[in-house]
Write a protein that binds this ligand. Structure first.
Ligand SMILES: Cc1cc2nc3c(=O)[nH]c(=O)nc-3n(C[C@H](O)[C@H](O)[C@H](O)COP(=O)(O)O)c2cc1C
Length: 359
């Protein structure tokens, strides 16, 4: 798939009813898809990763949180940064600022329903004002085009069930120069409730020439195939199902390429991926924040495993990176003594309640 000067990798979907190349993207998730997590997902099969959203509000750019989000050191390219805001000129400035700091692709957030974002009419709330949404797209494209930086857009199916205007916005965004569109199959009003629908995504895909990415509730290789068949999308974007299970990208790629499911990873593999992720995580956040913010990743990694909940509670009381690493290593070593392959007993429970963080 071409995105401006970049050719994104993909999997040749020849095995299961999808005879076309398909990209697998990790969804942007604030508080989750920082650089260490994006690197991990790419290593385990994701073809593209977009950063957590960076605000367009200039006064916040130098905050520790925003500068960490804009830190792309060592990230495999192309580096894609998501920006969120409500003012076309500010959004154009934010695009330029991030391009100066290494962004090679700029993604506009019209998908996140977070209250903090939507009170200011940003994120998916922008879908209520089509003209403003398009002015933002035009301003960001005008800022990025002279630098050869493609602009992508992430949106929902509409504001609410009566205003499913994704198609109208998508057409205007394509005309304004957007290079790729990702759609989460829910309205803003739905938050994360109910189920994603894929008919609107299919309609957008049929109407546009640029690549369209389907997103929402894709949590298994079979679901990935179904969504590809139902939408005709060029790529899939996966969010919550990758938490604690970042190898899902490889699972889906294997299934699309061969038509068969591969076995779960070994306990030893998962241990080594998690330990490497923790080292990267501590290096970005430092001891005090790192040990705390790593807890959620460890919690997701063990949630579907026997004894995982008891370990999570114990691990949450550990206060240093060294002790946390040791506890994780020992726990997985004990699990490896009993199991060669990862003994998953539940998958969905791991992500319960997560959506509220962005709702
Ligand atoms: C914790 C969390 C944070 C999120 N943050 C963002 C964000 O910063 N930008 C964005 O466009 N979408 C954000 N989303 C929405 C996801 O990118 C994705 O569209 C949504 O989770 C649906 O995909 P899934 O069913 O595969 O999780 C977030 C979702 C979650 C669960």
């Amino acid at each position: 798939m071409n995105l401006g000067p970049f050719e994104l990798p993909n999997v040749a979907g020849v095995g299961v009813a999808v005879a076309r190349p398909v990209g697998l993207f990790v969804a942007p998730m604030a508080g989750v898809t920082d650089r260490p997590f994006r690197v991990l997902c790419r290593r385990l099969g994701a073809h593209h990763a977009v950063s957590e959203m960076v605000t367009s509000r200039r006064e916040l750019w130098t905050s520790l949180k925003t500068s960490r989000r804009a830190d792309h050191a060592g990230e495999p390219g192309p580096v894609a940064v998501q920006i969120a805001g409500v003012d076309p000129a500010e959004m154009a400035d934010a695009a330029r600022y991030n391009v100066d700091r290494g962004a090679q692709i700029v993604d506009i957030n019209m998908g996140c329903p977070a209250k903090k974002v939507c009170n200011a009419w940003a994120g998916s709330a922008l879908m209520r004002d089509e003209d403003l949404a398009v002015r933002i797209v035009e301003a960001v494209v005008a800022a990025c085009a002279p630098r050869g930086v493609p602009v992508t857009l992430k949106m929902r199916t509409g504001w609410c069930a009566r205003h499913r205007n994704a198609l109208a916005i998508a057409r205007r965004a394509e005309a304004a120069g957007v290079a790729l569109l990702a759609i989460h199959g829910r309205t803003r009003e739905q938050g994360y409730g109910g189920s994603a629908e894929y008919e609107t995504i299919a309609a957008v895909k049929a109407a546009l020439r640029i690549p369209v990415v389907a997103n929402g509730d894709i949590d298994s290789p079979a679901k990935a195939r179904d969504v590809l068949v139902r939408t005709g999308a060029d790529a899939l974007m996966i969010g919550r199902a990758a938490l604690g299970r970042p190898w899902i990208f490889g699972d889906i790629a294997h299934f699309l390429a061969t038509g068969t499911l591969r076995p779960p990873p070994t306990v030893a593999q998962v241990r080594s991926w998690l330990v490497a992720h923790l080292h990267d995580h501590y290096a970005l956040y430092g001891e005090h924040t790192g040990v705390r913010s790593a807890r959620k990743h460890i919690g997701w990694a063990v949630a579907a495993l026997p004894g995982g909940e008891a370990f999570r509670q114990r691990m949450n009381r550990i206060e240093t990176c060294d002790a946390q690493l040791r506890a994780v290593g020992d726990w997985f070593d004990e699990l490896a003594a009993r199991h060669h392959l990862l003994p998953l007993h539940a998958t969905a429970a791991a992500n319960d309640g997560l959506a509220e963080r962005c709702a």
